[in-house]
Design a protein. Structure first.
Length: 311
């Protein structure tokens, strides 16, 4: 089986072992996968992951315990919790202590011809949502989740970063600060106000909420500069290396800091079906699974938006 495995470095493997479906899991055939910045960080050593990369996907169910899933197009929550603990019962298992995470922690990911995921993680893709939109369900869910931490009554939310995630957040919120005029044009098309980072002055100071989606260790410092006292910092950035930042403004200005990771896949699919969000302009390149290693290299090139891998 063809798969993109990450150990010391991402390697295309043509004889990777077939996945073994456990009870309660579905066997999925890959249709499309998206390359995420997290995949790039994993390739640089983040989380010490060894296995098949990929957690943004749309696929077709080949086998399942529940026959109603077979043959359906699906996306999936990447967090595979135990299904029984309090976090699984009340919070979708996103912080279950024994969870595996598709293509990130303890579970092979989606950049393979076939892979497995618990049936309870599956979300059906409606007929009116094509694969090009459905493959964005997971990152869109993460973007929409930002709204859960925005203070009630906030009149302005500033997003730092004009990459894939920042632009998806823009489709739901906001004012975007980035480095690339062509990317900021996409944010404006989604209804956001924009500003090049080099032009940032005092006009953005005193924001009630600032989202760091820069993918850079330097984003936190700028976020702390822009947020108002007693404001909220929402952190989306993960990087392989250590982050060095003076955290004293958090204490001095009594800031609220919220980490934000995965969101509600059902909510994201509903937004796609209702055409409230069209992420397709973010697609920059497509590669077949047989060139998934090249897709990862293309995604790592500065300024590249979403790279798609076709199963």
């Amino acid at each position: 089986m063809l798969a993109l495995r990450c150990e010391k470095e991402p390697t295309l493997v043509r004889d990777y072992p077939e996945p073994v479906r456990k009870p309660g899991e579905a066997l999925i055939r890959l249709r499309l996968a998206g390359v995420c910045d997290t995949d790039l960080q994993l390739a640089r050593g983040y989380m010490g992951f060894a296995g098949v990369l990929g957690h943004e996907f749309v696929g077709e169910v080949l086998e399942s315990d529940d026959p109603t899933w077979r043959g359906r197009r699906v996306v999936g929550d990447i967090n595979a919790g135990c299904g029984h603990c309090s976090d699984c019962v009340h919070h979708r298992g996103h912080h279950c202590k024994s969870r595996t995470v598709l293509g990130i922690v303890g579970r092979d990911g989606a950049m393979a011809e076939r892979f497995t995921i618990p049936e309870r993680c599956l979300v059906a893709v409606p007929n009116g949502v094509d694969d090009d939109r459905a493959v964005f369900a997971e990152p869109l869910a993460a973007a929409l989740h930002v709204a859960d931490d925005v203070p009630a009554g906030a009149d302005r939310v500033v997003v730092l970063g004009d990459g894939k995630l920042g632009l998806l957040v823009a489709s739901a919120l906001v004012f975007v600060v980035g480095h690339h005029e062509d990317k900021l044009a996409l944010a404006r098309a989604a209804g956001a106000e924009t500003l090049l980072e080099r032009d940032v002055g005092s006009e953005l100071d005193d924001a009630p909420a600032v989202v760091d989606a820069t993918g850079s260790s330097s984003g936190l410092a700028l976020a702390m500069r822009l947020v108002r006292p007693r404001g909220t910092l929402i952190l989306k950035t993960t990087v392989a290396g250590a982050t060095n930042a003076d955290l004293s403004p958090i204490v001095i200005n009594e800031l609220r800091v919220a980490g934000s990771r995965c969101g509600d896949l059902g909510l994201a699919v509903s937004a796609l079906e209702a055409e409230r969000v069209d992420p397709r302009p973010l697609i920059a390149a497509r590669f077949p699974l047989a060139s998934a290693d090249e897709a990862l290299r293309r995604a790592a090139a500065p300024g590249t938006l979403k790279v798609i891998v076709q199963g």
